[in-house]
Design a protein around this ligand. Structure first.
Ligand SMILES: Nc1nc2c(ncn2[C@@H]2O[C@H](COP(=O)(O)OP(=O)(O)OP(=O)(O)O)[C@@H](O)[C@H]2O)c(=O)[nH]1
Ligand SMILES: [Mg+2]
Length: 103
């Protein structure tokens, strides 16, 4: 902030306590999987096939990880087709989460 007398005045925010550095692993290092909704709609089939081949490309390191990070998590990327509206296909999800937690 510029004062009328030309002195620099620290903005109020800068005076507040600095946050400590984050030493947590980056998001990109975390395992993940994809839940693909609308599997009950026939018109989503082509998109689903495209999604599967994209994920295979990422898994096989042929395509960039979606985070753009070099040391991103490398593992099996599952994709679960579901009908969110009918609550179908969701049974696999808790098991997938447990597998990834126990990795
Ligand atoms: N038939 C069907 N409709 C769904 C499904 N999931 C969401 N919808 C409908 O799709 C519309 C968009 O809802 P959401 O998916 O929550 O919103 P969104 O993800 O921001 O939008 P989309 O890009 O359309 O998926 C709503 O009318 C939902 O009821 C599904 O699995 N099957
Ligand atoms: Mg949606």
């Amino acid at each position: 902030m510029q004062r009328a007398d030309g002195e620099q005045n620290e903005p109020e925010l800068k005076k507040s306590r600095k946050l400590p550095a984050l030493n947590l692993p980056p998001m990109s290092s975390k395992p993940w999987f994809v839940v693909a909704t609308k599997a009950d709609l026939p018109e989503t089939q082509a998109n689903f096939a495209a999604l599967q081949s994209y994920l295979q490309g990422v898994e096989q390191d042929l395509l960039e990880h979606p985070s753009g990070m070099q040391h991103a998590w490398k593992g099996r990327i599952d994709v679960v087709p579901v009908s969110a509206i009918r609550g179908e296909g969701i049974e696999r999800i808790p098991g997938l989460v447990l597998d990834l937690l126990n990795e």
